[in-house]
Design a protein around this ligand. Sequence first.
Ligand SMILES: *[C@@H]1O[C@H](CO)[C@@H](O)[C@H](O)[C@H]1NC(C)=O
Ligand SMILES: *[C@@H]1O[C@H](CO)[C@@H](O)[C@H](O)[C@H]1NC(C)=O
Ligand SMILES: *[C@@H]1O[C@H](CO)[C@@H](O)[C@H](O)[C@H]1NC(C)=O
Ligand SMILES: *[C@@H]1O[C@H](CO)[C@@H](O)[C@H](O)[C@H]1NC(C)=O
Ligand SMILES: *[C@@H]1O[C@H](CO)[C@@H](O)[C@H](O)[C@H]1NC(C)=O
Ligand SMILES: *[C@@H]1O[C@H](CO)[C@@H](O)[C@H](O)[C@H]1NC(C)=O
Ligand SMILES: *[C@@H]1O[C@H](CO)[C@@H](O)[C@H](O)[C@H]1NC(C)=O
Ligand SMILES: *[C@@H]1O[C@H](CO)[C@@H](O)[C@H](O)[C@H]1NC(C)=O
Ligand SMILES: *[C@@H]1O[C@H](CO)[C@@H](O)[C@H](O)[C@H]1NC(C)=O
Ligand SMILES: *[C@@H]1O[C@H](CO)[C@@H](O)[C@H](O)[C@H]1NC(C)=O
Ligand SMILES: *[C@@H]1O[C@H](CO)[C@@H](O)[C@H](O)[C@H]1NC(C)=O
Ligand SMILES: *[C@@H]1O[C@H](CO)[C@@H](O)[C@H](O)[C@H]1NC(C)=O
Length: 400
Amino acid sequence: MAAAAKTRSGGVCVVLLVCVFTSCQSWVHRAETYKRQISVQLNPNSTSPPPGGDLLHVRAVGDNDTLHFLFCSQGAPTLLLVHTNSSSSTVTVNWPEFLARNNSGSLTVEPQSSILYSTAIVFSRLLEYNDVNDTAEATSKFFPPYELQDFIWSHLRLSGPVALLCGANSTFSNGSLCLKLSVFDSEGRAQTWPQLLHSANSSQVEVWLDGIVPRANNSRFLLELQAVGGAYPFSRVDVRRSIDDEYTPTIFKVSQWVSSANGSSDILGFVQWKPVAYLQSLPALENSTSCRYSDPVLQSGEAIASSSALIQGFYSEPEAMGLNVSFGLAGDPFYNNTMFLSWAVLVGIGSPPVDSFSPLVITIMAVGLGTPMVLLLLGGVCVCLHKKRNSSTSTYEPIN
Ligand SMILES: *[C@@H]1O[C@H](CO)[C@@H](O)[C@H](O)[C@H]1NC(C)=O
Ligand SMILES: *[C@@H]1O[C@H](CO)[C@@H](O)[C@H](O)[C@H]1NC(C)=O
Ligand SMILES: *[C@@H]1O[C@H](CO)[C@@H](O)[C@H](O)[C@H]1NC(C)=O
Ligand SMILES: *[C@@H]1O[C@H](CO)[C@@H](O)[C@H](O)[C@H]1NC(C)=O
Ligand SMILES: *[C@@H]1O[C@H](CO)[C@@H](O)[C@H](O)[C@H]1NC(C)=O
Ligand SMILES: *[C@@H]1O[C@H](CO)[C@@H](O)[C@H](O)[C@H]1NC(C)=O
Ligand SMILES: *[C@@H]1O[C@H](CO)[C@@H](O)[C@H](O)[C@H]1NC(C)=O
Ligand SMILES: *[C@@H]1O[C@H](CO)[C@@H](O)[C@H](O)[C@H]1NC(C)=O
Ligand SMILES: *[C@@H]1O[C@H](CO)[C@@H](O)[C@H](O)[C@H]1NC(C)=O
Ligand SMILES: *[C@@H]1O[C@H](CO)[C@@H](O)[C@H](O)[C@H]1NC(C)=O
Ligand SMILES: *[C@@H]1O[C@H](CO)[C@@H](O)[C@H](O)[C@H]1NC(C)=O
Ligand SMILES: *[C@@H]1O[C@H](CO)[C@@H](O)[C@H](O)[C@H]1NC(C)=O
């Protein structure tokens, strides 16, 4: 009888394991991934490379929609996303007007009625301060900011839907600030830390500072970002916490700067990052440094339009919000240690991707929580059996 009970509890165990396994499977193969057809075009409809910077157009065509990614270095580097409800919408550029940068409407998405939503991110300034006392406080001495719109930008280097843009200010000597844009046709995860999860509705921009000569030994840097969200400004930053850091060791948070419709929790556009930057080109745990951000504040629409040809050409009355991301907390190594700093951010439409628990973590939790349960169950069964046997022997004893 004890043996039978044991096999029964063994059966329970097997059922439990099967449940865990199948739930793992369903977590891994969550809802079939949304796919887009991607095509890349550099300087669409321009006969020669335009002076002053390139314009990249990535068309990502979905089932009944198109997501246009436009990335431009005429002025401050800008990424514009336009979502349309048609799979045949097109981008038209009036190059002479676009280059003159004095009126809107030089870059349009046709038909205009198909536009569902648009958002743009401008990488506007690089700030540097001398953190004399290693407090990483913004009260420290700031140097004059580097205006990214005044940089000398290289031509875009393309490899599939990945574009690399590097630029420099003459005071950098051999150093440079680079941006790498990656557009994705489906869901996935970047190979390098922080291994952000992406979808077909988002793109990743990596930003790094390589070999820039800091203006002080204790220099720390900040990057200013400006976001244009049409009728729904990027007015808040949400921080989501997780107990799983498998993909980004030691980082349990993700920050998302979002634009959402009035009074609704639906997110229309987002800028998402993990609060970590790396001090070497091959990211390692030992070379990570923390990031902070400032609260979004309203920016001048005119200033942002004049700093970026893409904003000027597409938006008639842009409304922008801006924030700074600062790299390094008190006690973190200074930039001069490695002369390198990299950070990654995801820009997209709709709900930001959510990291779920990885199968490994689920298994660990299942084993961690399941084993005591099984032991408890087994223990209970044993106690029951023992009692039963005792009571049965006691009922037999008087007869003997
Ligand atoms: C796309 O549109 C067509 C025709 O309007 C419709 O039949 C189809 O169901 C739509 N597909 C999706 C995925 O919405
Ligand atoms: C390309 O240029 C031609 C004439 O120069 C114009 O008719 C056409 O609409 C343009 N197409 C795009 C996609 O800008
Ligand atoms: C824009 O600039 C071009 C060339 O500089 C000039 O011909 C045109 O009149 C200007 N348009 C406006 C609206 O200022
Ligand atoms: C979708 O596109 C059609 C034209 O193709 C347009 O008439 C309609 O207004 C669009 N819907 C939205 C929500 O923009
Ligand atoms: C750094 O510390 C010294 C001494 O504590 C103080 O006098 C000075 O004001 C501090 N500098 C900054 C920028 O906080
Ligand atoms: C480089 O940046 C410095 C500091 O902001 C600025 O004074 C200088 O004009 C910039 N040089 C160029 C060529 O833009
Ligand atoms: C810049 O690079 C050139 C060639 O690679 C090198 O000769 C020069 O020493 C470098 N300058 C600085 C300041 O690092
Ligand atoms: C991407 O956007 C399309 C169209 O809005 C939507 O149907 C799809 O669910 C989105 N995919 C993800 C992964 O958010
Ligand atoms: C930076 O540190 C080095 C070595 O400690 C020193 O020689 C140099 O003078 C310092 N530079 C500045 C700008 O303080
Ligand atoms: C960086 O700055 C610190 C603080 O002044 C200095 O001690 C150190 O020597 C510098 N490191 C390098 C590699 O120049
Ligand atoms: C959002 O709601 C506020 C009041 O709740 C209203 O004053 C404002 O006009 C609304 N904005 C939009 C874009 O609907
Ligand atoms: C970066 O990591 C390597 C090993 O991964 C370590 O040797 C080096 O000291 C680290 N550098 C900094 C600045 O933390």
